[in-house]
Design a protein around this ligand. Structure first.
Ligand code: PA5
Length: 447
């Protein structure tokens, strides 16, 4: 039984009971389709069973690679884009203390991300920074041909070769890619780099529990065993519990689809801790790329409160009423701060003396939920007890499972992403790639 809870107390008034009931029934059908693997895109459903099927040998192999990296490197450059980097970053940023001092991962390396955009300044500064640092690279690409990571890797490989010599970099580059296809696999084999496989039946945005996420997470000093344990518990719960028995993922999918039908076209994921900002980025990709198809889909956005209450708060409270809100609530911080009394009370805060900062944050959260609900924004709450490897593992699996159900309810294939090819084809044409001559002519004729 996982620790994740979901509450619709601030949604109920927006949904007629009959509509919710109908969507709950649809959610159960979609859940069955997902676990029986009979729906659209079922060739990409390997992720559904992944946590339960991950062997301790596989985890050990990743931990060993992580230790190798930790013994000789200060930095690990994680090269990947979209599903090939967001899961690792979500977990690492959620667990890494902002100002250091995490006792349990003294040996860990610092992670730097590259290949997730094409900015020249960033990449030139990165290369200059790494010039006199000890570093390794984990290049991650399922297709092995994605332009952004391929360019970053080419640059980093040249630097590694120059710095250490081609013959000395075999234990500094780790490739995570397809088991046989793609330029990256060929390159890794030619150079003799250790490689980790992304299974054929696991798409990028569902790949956090493969080496795509696990190797960088292990190198950061976090327990991939605990992460998988949390996901495994969630997997068992979501597969075994029916919607009427309180399946949390099916409930979430049912609510968001019922609200979508009622005109709520945008879902904002809210957190009250900056630690979750990359969980939100990962979530946006998961839902956006899975559901935004054939003219349909909720637009996933994210905000961080209370920070964004001072920037986006006005719109959410009072702007166009097309928003639903999903708050991720972390019940207890790892450490708290106590507010004390001051004799002069110049700042007028003595009324808070004796309270913890988490109490203040909690009141901001409850106050916001009530205000937004009163302003016409249905607010769903998802809570986890604390932020650690197990709860994050459970949370990410929960979202993946809910997304599969939700996509099926919407009537789309949640496991493909045909729309992302268009910009690539135009870019290749503009850059003069062979085979794109005709497209180039067409594009230029429109300018
Ligand atoms: O979810 C997805 O499939 C995408 O976001 C991919 O992960 C992303 O485009 C990177 O692809 P690749 O791993 O092939 O480089």
């Amino acid at each position: 039984m996982s620790n994740l809870k979901i509450s619709d107390r601030f949604v109920k008034s927006f949904l007629p009971e009959t509509l919710l009931q109908k969507e709950l029934e649809n959610a159960e059908k979609a859940r069955q389709t997902l676990i029986q693997k009979t729906g659209l895109g079922n060739e990409y459903l390997g992720w559904v069973d992944l946590p339960g099927q991950t062997s301790s040998d596989e985890l050990q192999k990743m931990r060993q690679a992580a230790e190798t990296i930790q013994t000789h490197s200060q930095y690990l450059v994680v090269v990947g884009i979209g599903g090939s980097y967001l899961g690792a970053r979500a977990v690492i940023e959620a667990l890494t203390p902002e100002f250091g001092g995490h006792e349990s991962h003294k040996k860990s390396v610092k992670i730097i991300y590259a290949g997730h955009h094409l900015d020249a300044d960033y990449h030139s500064r990165l290369l200059a920074f790494l010039e006199n640092k000890e570093f390794s690279v984990n290049v991650i690409s399922k297709s092995g041909t994605t332009t952004e990571p391929a360019i970053a890797f080419r640059l980093l490989l040249s630097l590694l070769e120059r710095k250490y010599g081609k013959e000395n970099i075999k234990n500094r580059v780790f490739a995570t890619t397809d088991k046989q296809k793609g330029a990256l696999k060929q390159l890794a084999d030619e150079y003799g780099f250790p490689s980790f496989v992304i299974p054929d039946d696991v798409g990028g945005r569902y790949s956090v529990f493969t080496a795509v996420g696990l190797l960088p997470i292990a190198a950061s000093g976090f327990s991939i065993n605990k992460l998988i344990d949390g996901a495994k518990q969630m997997e068992a719960e979501l597969k075994s519990k029916s919607t009427s028995e309180g399946n949390v993922a099916a409930f979430y999918a049912a609510i968001r689809n019922a609200l979508y039908t009622s005109g709520k076209k945008i879902e904002i994921l809210v957190s009250y801790t900056p630690a979750l900002s990359f969980v939100s980025e990962w979530w946006k990709q998961l839902f956006g790329e899975s559901e935004g198809k054939t003219g349909k889909g909720i637009f996933p956005a994210s905000v961080q409160f209370t920070t964004d209450l001072h920037s986006m708060g006005q719109y959410i409270q009072d702007g166009e009423r097309v928003i639903m809100e999903t708050t991720i609530k972390v019940e207890s911080p790892k450490q708290d701060v106590y507010l004390t009394e001051k004799s002069d009370d110049r700042d007028g805060l003595n009324y808070l003396a004796g309270k913890k900062l988490s109490d203040v944050n909690g009141s901001a959260m409850l106050g916001t939920l009530i205000a937004h609900k009163d302003g016409g924004v249905p607010c769903l709450e998802i809570s986890i007890p604390v932020l650690n490897e197990e709860t994050i593992g459970g949370l990410l699996y929960f979202f993946e499972f809910a997304c599969g159900i939700s996509g099926y309810m919407l009537g789309v294939n949640p496991f493909d992403q045909p729309g992302v090819e268009d910009y690539k084809n135009n870019m290749f044409a503009l850059l003069g790639k062979k085979g794109y001559e005709k497209r180039k002519e067409e594009i230029l004729s429109h300018l």
